[in-house]
Design a binder for this molecule. Structure first.
Ligand SMILES: [Zn+2]
Length: 87
């Protein structure tokens, strides 16, 4: 099995216009494979790679951002004592 290619961005398919992932080949050049219309656009050099990267919206990671432990700050509230009977 070939290693899964890293998703580096998303762009509209030049053929059908659907938004498809842009992946990076093992040689570092971009490749776009459209699962909607079976179009394939593969960069074989830095010029084509640059054009594809200009068209795409880069993604930092293909792992969805899911920050853990970042909760909204709870406003401090005065503690009410059980023995506070000042009514
Ligand atoms: Zn397409």
């Amino acid at each position: 099995m070939a290693k899964a290619m890293k998703i580096i961005g998303r762009m509209k398919c030049t053929c059908c216009g659907e938004v498809v992932p842009v992946k990076e080949q093992s040689n570092g050049l971009a490749i776009v494979t459209c699962n909607f219309c079976d179009n394939k656009m593969q960069a074989f050099g830095k010029v084509a790679d640059g054009h594809i990267r200009l068209k795409m919206n880069p993604v930092v990671s293909d792992i969805p951002a899911n920050p853990v432990g970042v909760a909204a700050p709870v406003p401090a509230q005065p503690k009410k004592s059980f023995f506070d009977l000042s009514l």
